[in-house]
Design a protein around this ligand. Structure first.
Ligand SMILES: [Zn+2]
Length: 236
């Protein structure tokens, strides 16, 4: 077996591979070997708070050129070692509301995966070119057919959202909201039923998603102290 030691500047890997493919017949295998090494090195030198295997290994072929030369890149992206295509997995922005009506908290039962059947707070993903506040009002209306009377930002929590086998990393923004009128309240969209319960009666174990449980703990702290707080511990 022939071993070749290749020294190349990290930002020139694409040019290096193209040059090698011109002069070495078994170029594809060599290219993949370099990619694997390159990807591993990048992973080891980057942050480790991402899952090691998802979503980076869910894609095998480059969406641009079709070559199976993808490797993890820059901590949260995949890059094609053949054509240089780069796709970043940026956090998706989501919003959720602690909707309060006459001291009761509004919850819905999730009608679809992930976390089907679990209790969830009104909310959803922010659309392109939409503000978080508008997204919140839109989602609350789409799911429960009511209009928010007020909203105030509480806190954000990261979350993992597994959909159709693909992991989405999200940043969930939580707001405290009030409604003055629930006469039109009914479940729609992907919610199968609703509950209006006192906050202290909510079963934490039945809440969907880690971010939902974390945010609910924060919400209870807000009720105790009467102030939305972002304390030092949360910034670690
Ligand atoms: Zn490519």
């Amino acid at each position: 077996m022939l071993h070749i030691l290749i020294v190349y500047p990290a930002h020139r890997i694409d040019q290096t591979l193209r040059l090698l493919k011109q002069i070495i017949p078994a170029s594809a295998r060599l290219g993949n070997a370099v990619n694997q090494f390159h990807g591993k090195k990048l992973y080891m030198t980057n942050q480790s708070n991402f899952p090691e295997d998802a979503p980076f290994t869910d894609f095998r072929h480059c969406p641009r050129c079709g070559t199976a030369s993808l490797y993890k890149y820059d901590g949260r992206a995949i890059r094609c070692g053949d054509c240089g295509f780069v796709l970043y997995f940026n956090c998706a922005t989501a919003v959720a509301a602690f909707v309060i009506y006459q001291g009761k908290l509004l919850l819905g039962v999730r009608g679809k995966e992930p976390e089907k059947g679990m209790l969830d707070f009104p909310g959803g993903f922010v659309e392109f070119d939409e503000t978080a506040e508008n997204a919140l009002a839109r989602e609350v209306h789409e799911e429960f057919n009511i209009h928010l009377s007020s909203l105030v930002y509480l806190a954000s929590f990261p979350n993992d959202y597994l959909y159709e086998g693909l992991l989405y990393k999200t940043t969930d923004l939580y707001f405290i909201c009030h409604v003055n009128d629930i006469s039109s309240l009914k479940v729609m969209d992907e919610v199968t039923e609703f509950l209006l319960v006192a906050p202290e009666e909510v079963d934490l174990g039945k809440l969907a998603f880690a971010s939902g449980r974390n945010a609910f703990r924060r919400f209870l702290a807000y009720l105790d102290r009467s102030v939305p707080c972002i304390n030092d511990r949360d910034l670690i």
